[in-house]
Design a protein around this ligand. Structure first.
Ligand SMILES: [Zn+2]
Ligand SMILES: [Zn+2]
Length: 348
């Protein structure tokens, strides 16, 4: 029998088990075998545990969850040149075909043949070992930790959103929602030179995190109307770019309303409703650019560089730690304590 490893396998809604599964092996010349040491728990993992699907990605076979991972290289294929055993690496969770029009034109996040960790039927990284192609494995410089490596995934989401909004030095931005993606968006905006960074949320604890990570203004939407407050803070002009990191009908409407004329409105959060009502006249009469941002493209290298340079602080995003054996408990705990946790990390 081949070697086995421990993994957190989701069998069905509410049914995740720690099991022995086959340990993967290097089979292709560009394979990298990684011993996983740090994996962030993402809202999407919890969504699969509770609902068994996200949009049209459906859990139809037992699947290992987890996609925000980092670890140590322990084996390489014959053609691998950029990493070697002993290197600490961050793992970009989508491996793409590298042949389609989207891959070839630099928009590989839209590749239809992508295999994405923990998007069923593809297994994820809540396990001890992973084999992944060298193209999507990134060596981290001396001084960076595996926990920071795991955070390169949510940081890349924020970075991609900020880059596609075209944020420039001196810009004003509004980030709606101060969960992990709201925080990486705000840090990315700051790193790109935004000087007015307004963040909204319903929890004061989350707003305090936002403040600590560089927000210039925070608004608790339970007490204050964010649209009026953001207009106030920008001399009724609105912000250069707004980011909806919640996905509710209300925040989508707010994000449209607070963008300046010809400003950018980025849809980052997964929508909570299939057909949210949006004031299209705002888009037309004020020539707004509304953009969806899906995952990320070529963001791991700059995410690592920004982290190593101290331009973003992902280290303080990791607030809780659990062993692999407690993955289910950890996910339930995170789900019930959204105001207390930024990121919980599993250590296989
Ligand atoms: Zn994630
Ligand atoms: Zn492709």
């Amino acid at each position: 029998m081949s070697e086995t490893m421990k993994a957190a396998v989701l069998h069905a809604v509410g049914d995740m088990r720690i099991e022995d599964v086959p340990k993967p092996e290097v089979t292709s010349p560009d394979d990298v075998l990684i011993r996983i040491t740090s994996v962030g728990i993402c809202g999407s993992d919890i969504h699969f545990l509770k609902h068994g699907r996200i949009g049209n990605i459906i859990l139809d076979k037992p699947t290992i969850m987890g996609h925000e991972s980092a670890g140590e290289v322990v084996g390489i294929g014959s053609a691998v040149t950029r990493v070697e055993p002993g290197d600490l690496v961050a793992i970009e969770p989508g491996k793409t075909c590298r042949r389609c029009e989207f891959c070839k034109s630099g928009h590989y996040n839209l590749c239809r043949e992508v295999v994405f960790l923990a998007a069923p039927p593809a297994d994820g990284a809540f396990c001890e070992y992973l084999v992944w192609p060298e193209d999507f494995v990134f060596k981290m410089p001396e001084g960076m930790t595996a926990d920071e490596g795991a955070m390169m995934e949510p940081l890349s989401v924020g970075l991609h959103a900020v880059r596609s909004a075209g944020v420039r030095g001196g810009d004003s931005v509004a980030v709606l929602g101060a969960g992990p993606i709201g925080l990486t968006t705000l840090m990315s905006a700051k790193a790109h030179g935004a000087t007015t960074i307004i963040v909204t949320d319903v929890f004061d604890t989350r707003l305090a995190n936002a403040k600590r990570m560089g927000a210039t203004h925070v608004i608790n939407v339970r007490e204050t109307d964010p649209v009026a407050a953001i207009k106030d803070l920008t001399g009724s002009r609105g912000v250069d770019a707004s980011f909806d990191c919640v996905g509710s009908e209300l925040t989508l409407q707010q994000a449209l309303q607070v963008a300046r004329n010809q400003g950018a409105m980025q849809c980052v959060g997964n929508p909570q409703e299939l057909l949210p009502r949006l004031p299209i006249f705002e888009i037309i009469n004020r020539e707004l650019t509304v953009r969806g941002t899906f995952r990320y493209v070529n963001c791991y290298p700059p995410a690592i560089t920004l982290t190593a340079a101290g331009a973003v602080d992902v280290r303080s995003m990791v607030t809780h730690h659990f062993p692999l054996a407690e993955t289910v408990k950890a996910m339930e705990w995170v789900d019930q304590n959204k105001d207390k946790v930024i990121k919980a990390v599993i250590h296989p």
